[in-house]
Design a protein around this ligand. Sequence first.
Ligand code: GDP
Ligand code: MG
Length: 441
Amino acid sequence: TLSDRLTSVLTNLRGKGRLSEADIDATAREIRIALLEADVALPVVRGFIKGVKERAKGSEVSQALNPAQQVVKIVNEELVTILGGETRRLELAKTPPTVIMLAGLQGAGKTTLAGKLAKWLSGQGHTPMLVACDLQRPNAVNQLQVVGERAGVPVFAPEPGNGVGDPVQVSRDSIEEAKRAQHDIVIVDTAGRLGVDEEMMKQAADIRDAVKPDEILFVLDAMIGQDAVTTAEAFRDGVGFSGVVLTKLDGDARGGAALSVREVTGQPIMFASSGEKLEDFDVFHPDRMGNRILGMGDMLTLIEQAEQAFDQEQAEKAAEKLGTGQLTLEDFLEQMQAVRRMGPLQNLLGMLPGAGQMKDQLANFDEKQLDRIQAIIRGMTPAERADPKIINASRRQRIARGSGVTVGDINDLVNRFFEARKMMQRMAGQFGGFGGGGGGS
Ligand code: GDP
Ligand code: MG
């Protein structure tokens, strides 16, 4: 697996301080293989790797992760971003019924999906109706009726005994019926062929023109592998679609089709189907799919743990220093950054018990003040951060110029810092150690 292979690349990289071009190339090579193994189309792989390399080269060196882990993290973030783009909800019509048309090859899972979607929508208070427009296969109408029964939604189908009906006429009639019976959503199941063919596309396009769908969902079997791109392109050009549904994710396909289709057609993946039962259905989760494509779940967990451990280590170090009065401005900056990574301070404080009484103060709280403090500390040399006592008048002037603040601001910060340190020491004395002794290990 990729994890195994990357682990060997990782061992080679461990201990290096900075990401070199060769390191990035080596990691990118492994990721490229993994993507191809997951059946991502070659041009898509190329574009993706290029983007990742550029980002990796320009990225800040993390203190918590080793270089290879950092590349992996970038790869994963990039993958999830592309897969997710902006996860889109179903487009509902201003005046009902909303029309959802399903298109895709035979066996892709359209009819099954029709039932899943109908059940899911019913659960959200909608009143969907299914429409049988696959009149190609003898058994297709009956299959949809079974599905509809299971989902507990009505099925609109041509009268039996009239020979082969006209799917376009059926689709048109179904809209009238939906209005009459007040179904707010119509799901149109269509016919598919084993391969892409002209006649099938024409029929789908005619149905599209007859019902003017608000959404056309392209249903794609995840097991289809490298053919995903050509199939998706054929449907894009023949019928057009506004979203993608990936099916048969319960199989062993790694799901590279998701990335390919998303990249090539630009349309979002909206739902995922993972079994034959109506319940095996969910909105699409880009992060889960990203994990699946790269097969790096374990490694991502490790990365997360490493980052958390790093934060905790920092916190413990600082707590120890608090007790002994050795707290430096460097520690102060690190702590401030760590806290701010969790979101705006106002939200954070608001979550504390008893914060209700501090509401007014919280409302006046100015994040810009924190920005200013961080800018000042960043404008100091390491020696100054480590031992603020050495910050004399001329140093204060230099820092003020560099950080775009006044000398008064610097005085303020340094004085407050000393006061805080004194107070911490007193507290530590009173309570017998502040984080010292106990913590963590
Ligand atoms: P259609 O020709 O596009 O309408 O495809 P169907 O809905 O008839 O599905 C074809 C076959 O795939 C049926 O046997 C379904 O039970 C099965 N199927 C559909 N979706 C899934 C899925 O997500 N997982 C699995 N394992 N089977 C599925
Ligand atoms: Mg079908």
